[in-house]
Design a protein around this ligand. Structure first.
Ligand code: NDP
Ligand code: 2IT
Length: 443
């Protein structure tokens, strides 16, 4: 058995009931074998065995009182996965589905993603099974403050720097930062995604969505085309989906769908993004309300957004949202490229189907790295006690996404897997982390 297969089998056995973590490892580890064949010293030093075991996992009780005076208890998580190349960095997810398996898969992906950005950030992820949906601002604040009452001792600007993810945006980061400051008396860059009046960076709100579209721009250019006139299907209607849609439109593409966990809207004339922002960012409503703004749009409750014919697809909701049936629709309808805005949007089987059919495919760890990259630039600005202009940060984002594309596609080509950006991104991300771990010794 090869080194990667051996570590994969052992780790799956040692971590039962962690399906999402198994999936992430199964997607990543085998693609590293050609690189590890060239570096037998890494097997000897147990690099993979160490890489798949988080440096630290923290789980804690988060009690809070709701508006009716009832006590509620949620579970908080932080997996500090790997600090070989920098302090732990990664988002917090608040969603009822959150489990240790989900946080471990996200943290594991984050190690490679953060390395790909070229910036000095290690990998971590956290969150809670708390559901912010339908809660009052006061309830969300009570939860965030209680979360930090325990969590503050584990984080720090040079130690672990959390940010947003599903269910965690500017409102939640603000409440958590405020409580951190209250408890520690420290005004440091310990969170990213902060508001602009207290240390946030311009472009962070837009960064994941814009970065995703810059990645796709590079992919389309490599195939001799661009966004002009392309029909684009986007899933989700949160932070990533909204700013991906904004950039697609700016580049001349037409976004025809958006979705949430209840269904999707199809607008043949092109999505009205002001309406979506009003529904989602202001009212915290449902995407079904879109038809109140655009009478010709159609809403499909529970429908499969990938069945809508398109040239380009950008999944921007959650893991395993694009499965084999979705991939088959995309292929049949002539879709030419897919890039993941969400982490692990696509199952392994669906990814293979797309790749085998010649659909150009970029995995999340490369395509959605723009968010964490600008988080790292927010950390730089906080350290400098300066803020850069929108154009300065956006220019850096463009360059970072271009470099990620080039490094991933070159790595794929170097190992005889031209156009396989999954393998290319894994190898390109792994190289730096493996070398840093090796050089820092084994204990
Ligand atoms: P938001 O909370 O802003 O939006 C999430 C969107 O996805 C909503 O439309 C939500 O619908 C939908 N969604 C969430 N869970 C599910 C589910 N189980 N089934 C169907 N739809 C679902 O999150 P973000 O936009 O920040 O995150 C979206 C994805 O992008 C995630 O996978 C995240 O990990 C990834 N990502 C985010 C980054 C960031 O900077 N924010 C950076 C890199 C990746 P509903 O309202 O119905 O729940
Ligand atoms: O998945 C991700 O990269 C994020 N949710 C963003 C993490 C960050 O630290 O900005």
């Amino acid at each position: 058995m090869s080194y990667t297969q051996n570590v994969l089998a052992k780790t799956i056995k040692n971590s039962p009931n962690e399906a999402e973590f198994h999936q992430a490892m199964t997607e990543i580890l085998p693609t590293l074998q050609p690189y590890l064949d060239e570096h037998p010293e890494y097997e000897k030093a147990g690099i993979l065995e160490r890489l798949v075991e988080p440096e630290r996992q923290i789980m804690f009780r988060v009690p809070w009182v709701d508006d009716n005076g009832n006590v509620n208890v949620n579970r908080g998580y932080r997996v500090q996965f790997n600090s070989a190349i920098g302090p732990y960095k990664g988002g917090l997810r608040f969603h009822p589905s959150v489990s240790l398996s989900i946080i471990k898969f996200l943290g594991f992906e984050q190690i490679f993603k953060n390395s790909l950005t070229g910036l000095p950030i290690g990998g971590g992820k956290g969150g809670s099974n708390f559901d912010p949906k339908g809660k009052s601002d006061r309830e969300v604040m009570a939860f965030c403050q209680s979360f930090i009452n325990e969590f503050y001792r584990h984080i720090g600007a040079d130690q672990d720097v959390p940010a947003g993810d599903i269910g965690v945006g500017a409102r939640e980061i603000g409440y958590m930062y405020g409580q951190y400051k209250r408890l520690t008396g420290q005004y440091t860059g310990v969170f990213t995604g902060k508001g602009l009046t207290y240390g946030g960076s311009l472009v962070r709100t837009q960064a994941t969505g814009y970065g995703l579209v810059y990645m796709m721009e590079n992919m389309l250019a490599a195939k001799g085309t661009d966004f002009k006139g392309k029909k684009v299907v986007i899933s989700g209607s949160g932070n990533v989906a909204i700013y991906a849609a904004e950039k697609v439109m700016e580049l001349g593409g037409k976004v025809i769908t958006m979705s949430d966990s209840n269904g999707y809207v199809y607008d043949v004339e092109g999505i009205d993004l002001n309406a979506v922002k009003q529904i989602k960012e202001v009212k915290r409503g449902r995407i079904s309300e879109y038809t109140e703004y655009r009478k010709n749009a159609e809403y499909f409750a529970g429908g499969l957004v990938w069945s809508v014919p398109c040239d380009v697809a950008l999944p921007c909701a959650t893991q395993n949202e694009l499965l084999e049936d979705g991939a088959k629709h995309l292929i049949k309808n002539g879709c030419i490229a897919v890039a993941e805005g969400s982490n692990m949007s696509t199952s392994i089987e669906a990814t293979h189907l797309l790749q085998e059919s010649g659909v150009y495919f970029a995995p999340g760890k490369a395509a959605n790295a723009g968010g964490v990259a600008i988080s790292a630039l927010e950390m730089s600005q906080n350290s400098l006690r300066l803020s850069w202009t929108f154009d300065e940060v956006d220019g850096r984002l463009r360059t970072i996404m271009r470099d990620i594309y080039i490094n991933s596609s070159k790595a794929a080509e170097n190992y005889g897997m031209k156009d396989n950006l999954v393998a290319g991104a894994n190898i390109a991300g792994f190289k730096k982390v493996a070398e840093a771990m090796y050089m820092q010794g084994s204990v």
